[in-house]
Design a binder for this molecule. Structure first.
Ligand code: IPM
Ligand code: MG
Length: 362
């Protein structure tokens, strides 16, 4: 197979972790007889530095013309970087929101899985960690609060900021269908998360999810309020299979879910449209504090590349090869500093060494 991948390394640790994922993809290509062609595009702060905007229309067109997009991370230190002196719509994050919208990537899949080998890095009590967990956070990605109208103005002499949270039934239905479809391939349970005791958008969310659920009699589903869900994630994460939720709740809950896997550096993600096209990126941010130090954990990005093989290219055995290589390297005791808990038999490795070890095990 010949795959054309748009690569956006981005800012902060993005370039180092994406370089490792490309190395792993090349190893998969060599072993299984595929060619991955890369075209590098700019987005985020690095695009601001070159073009004055976080994402050019040309870059959007090139991304659209590719078969899939592999992304590192964007953004810098929000208190010190000059990028954050720009108006909000010119800052790095605006590029990310724009590309998600332009490519129609409404379904964000963030799998949170506790590897046996990382139970000691999990911050939860031992008896909770021992149960393990394996959930898929399904976050709606192109609607809600992050895309509603916003403004800051003086009303009666008082500075007032307004953000609007809008969802229509079609936006809810399409993510709910994706969520239930994915549940059918997993343990057939959906927890739909909302704030229906307060928000109209959540009450509509609940109604549409109930309609969609009728078409999936084999799937058990429940509704859960978002504040309760935040609590349940640390109390009993094993109860979750698919967690289906809107944009902002999914943003917050997926960071929480990633932390209980041991580190945000472990959480991969896929953002999909109605077709097989997707953008694949680690769920974590650009970590400007450790950028350029060869310390970052590349596993989330490498696992995102595995998701790309699985969801965009239907290369399941190749995706398995990456996931098994990651498991093997963890079982052999290799750890980047974020997942190093100092157990006997573990060895601290740098970002590029972790990439090399995973390549050796493909
Ligand atoms: C994420 C990030 C982004 C988001 C930011 C950088 C805009 O936090 O992918 O979770 O909120 O979607
Ligand atoms: Mg986030």
């Amino acid at each position: 197979m010949n795959c054309n991948i748009a690569v956006i390394k981005g800012d902060g640790i993005g370039p180092e972790v994406v370089t490792q994922a490309m190395k792993v993809l090349d190893a998969v290509g060599a072993k299984f007889g595929h060619t991955f062609n890369y075209e590098q595009l700019l987005m985020g702060g690095c695009s601001i530095d070159v073009h004055g905007v976080p994402l050019t229309d040309e870059a959007v067109e090139r991304a659209k013309a590719s078969d899939a997009v592999l992304l590192g991370s964007i953004g810098g230190n929000t208190s010190t970087s000059p990028w954050y002196k720009l108006p909000p719509d010119k800052r790095p994050e605006a590029g990310l929101l724009k590309i998600r919208k332009e490519l129609g990537l409404f379904a964000n899949l963030r799998p949170a899985f506790l590897y046996d080998q990382l139970k000691n890095a999990c911050p939860l009590k031992k008896e909770i960690a021992d149960n393990g967990f394996d959930m898929m956070i399904m976050r709606e990605l192109t609607g809600g609060l992050y895309f509603g109208e916003r403004k800051t103005e003086e009303i009666d002499g008082v500075m007032t900021a307004i953000d609007t949270l809008t969802y229509n039934e079609n936006e809810i239905r399409r993510i709910a269908i994706k969520g239930f479809d994915i549940a059918m391939k997993r343990r057939k349970k959906v927890t739909s998360v909302d704030k229906a005791n307060v928000l109209d958008s959540s009450r509509l969310w609940r109604k549409i999810v109930e309609e969609v659920a009728k078409d999936y009699p084999e799937v058990t589903y429940e509704h859960m309020l978002v504040d309760n869900c935040a609590m349940q994630l640390v109390k009993d994460p094993a109860q979750f299979d698919v967690v289906l939720t809107e944009n902002m709740f999914g943003d917050i809950l997926s960071d929480e879910a990633s932390m209980i896997t041991g580190s945000i550096g472990m959480l991969a993600s896929a953002s999909l449209n109605e077709t097989k096209f997707g953008m694949y990126e680690p769920s974590g941010g650009s970590a400007p504090d450790i950028a350029g130090q060869n310390k970052a954990n590349p596993i989330a990005t490498i696992l995102s590349a595995a998701m790309m093989l699985r969801y965009s290219f239907d290369l399941d055995k190749e995706a398995d090869a990456i996931e098994n290589a990651v498991k093997k390297v963890l079982a052999d005791g290799y750890r980047t500093c974020d997942i190093m808990s100092g157990e006997q038999g573990t060895t601290l490795v740098a970002c590029d060494e972790m990439g090399d070890l995973i390549v050796e095990n493909i």
